[in-house]
Design a protein around this ligand. Sequence first.
Ligand code: HEM
Length: 431
Amino acid sequence: MIFLNSSRIIKKVLTTSAYRDVTNDRPPSFLKDYLYQGGQDIGFNDYNNLLVKLRKISHTVIRLYGEGVHDFEKMINPEVDVLIEKLAQATDKESFDMDAAFSESLIRIIHVFLTNERLEAKEAEEVFSTVEEFNNTFNRIIAVDKNLILLMFPWLQHIPGSNGDLVRKLRHEHKKILRYFLAPDKTEVCHASTNFQLGNGSLIGTLRLEQDNDKELTDTMIEGVVSDMVIGGFSTTHGALDGIFLLMMKYPEVQRRLQKEIDDRIGDEEPSLADRSKLPYTNAVILECLRYIRHIPLGIPHYVREDIEIEGYTIPAKSTLVTNLYHTCKDEMQWEKPYEFYPERFLDVDGNLLPSDHPTRQQLIPFSVGRRNCIGESFAKSRMFLYVTRLLQKFEFQRGKNKLVSEDSSTWIRCAALHPQHLNCKIVARK
Ligand code: HEM
């Protein structure tokens, strides 16, 4: 296993023409073989024409330009409204469970993204618990130690004991997720629905339409992409939002400055994605949270197709490359004051956000880079922007009498996506 410890090396190895054809596969893993039938999805597939096709289809649905921006807001805002209403009712409580509230809100959005339909009240509780359980079990198995044990001794899944129990639980929850999202009545709705249009339609609807003309796109692949999105679209952004709001409570002066920027530049208007350029400090805070928390610590491993040489080291074919995003975010060789929460690092002397090609921005790569970079990057960033601006415009988030977890993410729940143990707070309505 080779750890790539700086943004410069990660970019060189994953994106430059000298390497990229041979560094963008995925290594063998228990989940790849046993849940995704050898990588019949996006996240675990090797780099091949089919993967390119699946990524392209997903991108057409997450179309965050032109009319797509408006569609995206139409998808997110009603769900943020539900959350705002819930928070408004909690303003008299000493302790409100923000972690659970984000979880439900994000699951609602995934539901619309996949199906074009808002989650119905009668199904909500069951869908929340199914998605949460599936994510928890998946995250436990994908952790390096469990994944390796099960890859080396796959028969462990068939005998009584904790490993077998975990695998059986995952299979059961996986089936439940697919049964729910790919039920024939839901798929028909996805195909036909006209009351909501996101890009070419919902992700499932778009995949089904493609499948009508492309026999290469099998049911197994559609299942794979659906579970990728349930995993990718949920635990990553959940950890990020929890982290941002935890830091807002730990650094109330940052929270106040961000709110002042919203008040001064947007006032009482509902924030929209078009406001991003008006809010440099807010953008800088979001970037700094991604750096400071580094909640996807080791990315997703890559696999080397042929022998290569990196900076004088020979890396044999079939080696696993780990993008050590955890280290790159606080590398003392890369960052000034790496252990300080310091959003100003992303602003110039006039308070403008540094351009995206500025070296400081370029070395922040929480979504990785190149052919396998996160396909949900703009989706995740836009969603975080709307949650942060809309919630902080209306409420102040205070610690109150609640005990907050450490801001050091290495003490959080250890999974593929780091996540604080809890996030309880006091919510105060802003006048
Ligand atoms: C803050 C939120 C997120 C972060 C930090 C994040 C980070 C990452 C990282 C580091 C990778 C691995 C890239 C590589 O292999 O080099 C990845 C892959 C991926 N992400 Fe995300 N992600 C986020 C949100 C999302 C969302 C919202 C979705 C879906 C809508 C998503 C879907 C995926 C998928 C499908 C892949 C696999 C891509 C491939 O293998 O080709 N992610 N993400």
